[in-house]
Design a binder for this molecule. Structure first.
Ligand SMILES: Cc1ncc(C[n+]2csc(CCOP(=O)(O)OP(=O)(O)O)c2C)c(N)n1
Ligand code: SF4
Length: 272
């Protein structure tokens, strides 16, 4: 894709961005921009919503309709927008803390409603913005400012959580597979229902520094070496899968009516 096409979607007046050089969040933003471009979306009919966190700064840099809301509440805002105008393309970006800690309840209920929003979970296993506190996805044994002896809480698997709660398209990639990130985001946006695209990324500043991956490239290589495509993972034992990141399309359920369509039926019924 020509660079100029993607540049058109950027609010370059807000550059330089606030992210640390090499932060994985930039890879995700680029993948999202390429996906929107490739789908030929109209920026005036595209909404990107976020909460608070380094990840949540993303919409500020994208020249669509954007909402920077409260920590953990982006899906509530995105839901309101989608209900107000179901024709809009609504993308919601969240950090792992945003999505699975303070916003966990909003997340599971958006999943069960099957509302037409593409949720991108930018999972760097830590609270990046506030100094590296452990999140619900911090791996056991990993160090964080709130886990100086290593995390002991069992982590959430974002995709399993989404599937269990009722999301109808669930997929995962890491920032070491940027083309896959773009393609999965495209599919998520095209899906008629609630889609969850987990993108495993890194915060080398807060997580990496404490966990022997302080350089961006060490994180990239870690993801590359430990990613396993779903088709291969299906034939591996739980022992073999320990520490691996299963990537690709993990779950799809078609035929489930999208929430605003269901809501529209009620409106039609009561209005005669
Ligand atoms: C109600 C509320 N509680 C706490 C905070 C402080 N806070 C801001 S960002 C953040 C964590 C961000 O972590 P995550 O969502 O994982 O995103 P990242 O910064 O790692 O991209 C917290 C706790 C806040 N802004 N609002
Ligand atoms: S603190 Fe971490 S998540 Fe935030 S911009 Fe820096 S590297 Fe990225």
């Amino acid at each position: 894709m020509p660079r100029e096409d993607v540049m058109k979607w950027l609010r370059s007046q807000y550059m330089p961005h606030i992210w640390c050089p090499g932060c994985g969040h930039g890879v995700i933003m680029h993948a999202l921009l390429r996906a929107l471009c490739a789908l030929d979306k109209d920026p005036d009919k595209t909404v990107i919503s976020s909460g608070i966190g380094c990840s949540s700064r993303l919409p500020g840099y994208v020249d669509t309709c954007t909402l920077h809301t409260a920590h953990g509440r982006s899906l509530a805002f995105a839901t309101g927008v989608k209900l107000a105008d179901p024709e809009l393309t609504v993308v919601d970006v969240m950090g792992d803390g945003d999505c699975t800690a303070i916003g966990g309840n909003h997340f599971i209920h958006a999943c069960r409603r099957n509302i037409g929003i593409c949720a991108i979970v930018m999972n760097n296993n830590i609270y990046g913005m506030t100094g590296g506190q452990a999140s619900p996805t911090t791996p056991p044994g990993a160090f964080a400012t709130t886990a100086p002896y290593g995390a002991i809480d069992p982590p959430f698997d974002v995709c399993h959580l989404a599937i269990g709660a009722g999301a109808t398209f669930v997929a995962r990639a890491t920032i070491a597979q940027p083309t896959m990130c773009e393609n999965l985001i495209k599919k998520g946006i095209q899906h008629d229902g609630f889609s969850v695209i987990e993108i495993v990324t890194h915060c080398h500043t807060q997580f990496g520094r404490k966990n022997k991956r302080k350089e961006p490239i060490e994180n990239y290589n870690f993801f590359k070496d430990n990613s396993v495509m779903k088709a291969k993972a299906d034939s591996m034992s739980p022992e073999e899968l320990k520490g691996k990141i299963v990537i690709g399309e993990l779950f799809q359920k078609d035929g489930e009516m999208e929430y605003t369509a269901r809501y529209g039926q009620i409106i039609d019924k009561v209005s005669g």
